[in-house]
Design a protein. Sequence first.
Length: 187
Amino acid sequence: MHPKTPFASTTAFLSALALAACTPVETKTSLLTPATNQIRSAGPGDIVMNFQSRRSLPNIVGKADLFGRTTDAGHTTVRYLGTRGAQAVFERSDVTVESNATTMSETPLILPNTTNTDVNGTIGGNPVSATATSTSFQYIPPRGSSQYATAAQPIQIELGKGQSVRVEGRTLRVIRVSPTSVDYRIE
């Protein structure tokens, strides 16, 4: 086995960095409400499922941020509205957030400022000189970005006992319907 040379280590590091910088921008959606497979109960107006979407911040070449930073991409909410006959009525609402945020617009800039001070004089008739160096930093905040949200037309979903619907890859299953509440499970 050959010992690694500094060149080989540097090449491996730069290759890994280049690969990481080539990851495509993705949007990931996660369920914020608990999905414990336990039966839960909801009354009119209660949120039964809540999802949040996050999009990778694009870097200067349009790929995903090397450090994994993300921006809001929207959310999906399923709310129990009430009961109609033997059916539980839910409403799905989707909001999409568009943004021009990038790694360049969301990263602050820190600029070093170095100052040299020269001192000349005499001590006991002997000439002396000295230089003092001080460094300060100027912080320039990120310029920020703009975003806008678009809400889709809400969708009503009616489910009876034992029926289910898939939302964002998860299943909402109705266990029991009563006049003022619904028992359900998120799978």
